[in-house]
Design a protein around this ligand. Structure first.
Ligand code: SF4
Length: 355
């Protein structure tokens, strides 16, 4: 593909929809594309209109995060008719032995059904086939850049992404950190606010946890209840080094979904060494998400075994504020009672173990 003409005044303009892997990789993408001299524009925070448009174009059984991706993409194109490219990476595998959900594998193909989509800037992450640096070189070619420039851009992007992750592990929230990335500020933690009396692990894909519109500002609801929470992005790297075995009594089953494996690795930690570090677990799941509904069942069983309160919340475009608030309030109240010694958990055998 021939790269659009680039002058000193006009850089190649690349649009990134604020959805799906945006909440996981945006700092890496931004640095990589900017090092390749591209100008980046992103779509706004999700809102009612964006969801409506996404739902109109997404077919029935599609999960809500993908519908939001459609809505965000169309909004981006509408707001920026001068885009040279739209950045739609294809994430296949990021580490050996695991894959992303098929929705990520096919994303650059399926969005072609949407009207008025500009040229797609390809970036395929598939470490089973080739290193990510090769994908960066291919990306550079599409932007008219040579191999050395692309490899250097990749190195800088990776370095920046490592700093971003270190910041999250210090305790920053993803949304705080993404704001700093967008306005190009150093990673500095805000002053500590007052502590709540209970602490949750909030589980789920980044696009469910950090898109405040679709989850009805869930993290604020926890804060309003006096609850502290952490997400898997805040946990030490060491937790994610060893694979998880599911159902140790039968054949050794290993989870090959990338995100779900991370969620189960986090859970394994809190089932064992980290048991006393949290008071409960909340799992935000999208309606019609096959991978999440499968592991939610396994997690729920193990939570019962160790007596750790567990709440599963399934979200879609019809989720209602009042119902959600009632569930959170009851869960928090139940845990406060439990902390006072009023509830005891049931003991049985664990299904999630280390490899
Ligand atoms: S993992 Fe689930 S929520 Fe995420 S894209 Fe796949 S089906 Fe949708």
């Amino acid at each position: 593909m021939e790269a659009p003409q680039q002058t000193e005044k006009k850089r190649i303009k690349v649009g990134i929809p604020r959805a799906l892997h945006f909440y996981r990789y945006f700092p890496f993408w931004k640095k990589l594309l900017e090092e390749l001299d591209a100008e980046i524009v992103i779509s706004p925070l999700t809102n009612k209109k964006i969801v409506e448009v996404g739902v109109t174009h997404g077919f029935g059984e599609l999960c809500i995060p993908v519908k939001i991706y459609y809505g965000q993409l169309l909004r981006l194109v509408k707001d920026h008719p001068d885009l040279d490219f739209i950045f739609v990476p294809r994430y296949v595998s990021e580490v050996k032995d695991s894959y992303f959900c098929p929705k990520f594998l096919s994303l650059p193909d399926v969005i072609k059904i949407l009207p008025g989509i500009p040229k797609i800037l390809n970036f395929e992450v598939n470490v089973k086939e080739f290193p990510i640096s090769t994908a960066a070189v291919e990306l550079g070619k599409q932007l008219g850049k040579g191999q050395n420039k692309a490899l250097n851009a990749y190195k800088e992007a990776q370095k920046y992404f490592d700093e971003y992750h270190a910041f999250l592990r210090e305790g920053a929230s993803v949304n705080q950190a993404l704001r700093l990335v967008q306005i190009i500020r150093p990673f500095t933690l805000p002053k500590k606010k007052s502590e709540g009396d209970i602490r949750f692990l909030l589980l789920g894909h980044g696009y469910n946890i950090f898109d405040t519109f679709i989850n009805l500002d869930f993290q604020k609801k926890l804060k309003d209840q006096g609850v502290n929470h952490i997400t898997i992005e805040n946990l030490p790297e060491s937790i994610f080094k060893t694979p998880v075995i599911v159902n140790p009594r039968g054949a050794k089953l290993q989870n090959y979904w990338r995100h779900e494996e991370e969620i189960m690795q986090a859970i394994r930690y809190f089932l064992t060494k980290g048991r006393d570090e949290i008071d409960g677990v909340i799992f935000l799941i999208s309606f019609a998400c096959g991978p999440d509904s499968l592991i939610a069942e396994l997690i729920m069983r193990d939570m019962k075994v160790v007596g750790l309160p567990f709440l599963e919340i399934i979200m879609d475009e019809h989720s209602g504020e009042a119902g959600l608030l009632t569930r959170v309030e009851s869960f928090v109240e139940m845990i406060r009672r439990k902390k006072k010694g009023l509830t005891v958990g049931r003991r049985n055998k664990l299904t999630i173990k280390s490899a």
